[in-house]
Design a protein around this ligand. Structure first.
Ligand code: ATP
Ligand code: MG
Length: 228
């Protein structure tokens, strides 16, 4: 039997209900995704670009199972594969990290939530992951406010990867960073892809970044996808 695609999106449509005109007002249905079909194979960094508001983040939310949609999404051949196999990093790393916690705690948290390993193994996994994302393990005892934007994004990437997902979705992951920190994160993604076979769905306005990083590219326009 042919092995399943990493991600298979079939005929996915999504509509937002708009109650802008008050609870007694007319409810408007706003179509966002229009019968999207997309296959992403293992070994790819897939770039998705397109104008603001075209539906890129909405598609990411559908893949993660955070919102309802029509159609089907399979991850490694499975429906409802759960959040453990896909992880996401967002635009604003500062907002994704609880500011009162130390970096070590934040990195360990996904393992604690999913009841993985004992305390010693978790601590070792955190050390390894910090090194993997380019931070010294001594960062464990630092607070979030002591890190630069790029370093915070490295922590977010580490937190996402510590559960060993099949796919990382990076949604505008470099948009809040300056050019040099953004370029370093792109290089980190490439290194993680090459050394640890991490597959990535890279969503970005930044066409240059998509051209630099991605093995295959598509553009979304008004809820439809076209490969470029
Ligand atoms: N919760 C919501 N309720 C209603 N409409 C929404 C909601 N979230 C997004 N939308 C609308 O859906 C459309 C697609 O939004 P989405 O966030 O997916 O775009 P995007 O391509 O990620 O844009 P950007 O590049 O700015 O991040 C937009 O018109 C947006 O206004
Ligand atoms: Mg978006």
């Amino acid at each position: 039997m042919e092995s399943a695609s990493l991600l298979s999106i079939r005929n996915v449509s999504n509509v937002y209900t708009d109650r802008r005109h008050g609870i007694f007002g007319k409810i408007e249905e706003k179509p966002v995704l229009n019968k999207i079909n997309l296959e992403i194979e293992k070994g790819e960094i897939f770039g998705l670009t397109g104008k603001s508001g075209c539906g890129k983040s909405t598609l990411a939310r559908c893949i993660l199972g955070l919102i309802d949609y029509d159609g089907e999404i399979f991850i490694c051949g499975e429906k409802n594969a759960g959040t453990e196999v896909i992880q996401m990093v967002f635009q604003d790393p500062g907002a994704s990290l609880n500011p009162v916690k130390k970096i070590g705690w934040l990195m360990e948290e996904p393992l604690v939530i999913h009841r993985k390993n004992n305390a010693k193994e978790r601590s070792q996994a955190v050390d390894e992951m910090l090194l993997r994302v380019g931070l010294d393990p001594s960062y464990k005892t630092r607070g979030v406010h002591e890190l630069s934007g790029g370093q915070k994004q490295r922590v977010c990437i580490g937190r996402a990867l510590i559960l060993k997902p099949h796919l990382l979705i990076a949604d505008e992951a470099i948009s809040s960073l300056d050019v040099s920190a953004g370029a370093q994160i792109l290089n980190l993604f490439r290194e993680l892809h090459e050394s640890f076979s991490l597959d990535i769905l890279f969503i970005s306005h930044n066409k240059d970044a998509v051209d630099y990083l991605c093995t295959r590219k598509a553009v979304m326009d008004k809820g439809e996808i076209k490969e470029i």
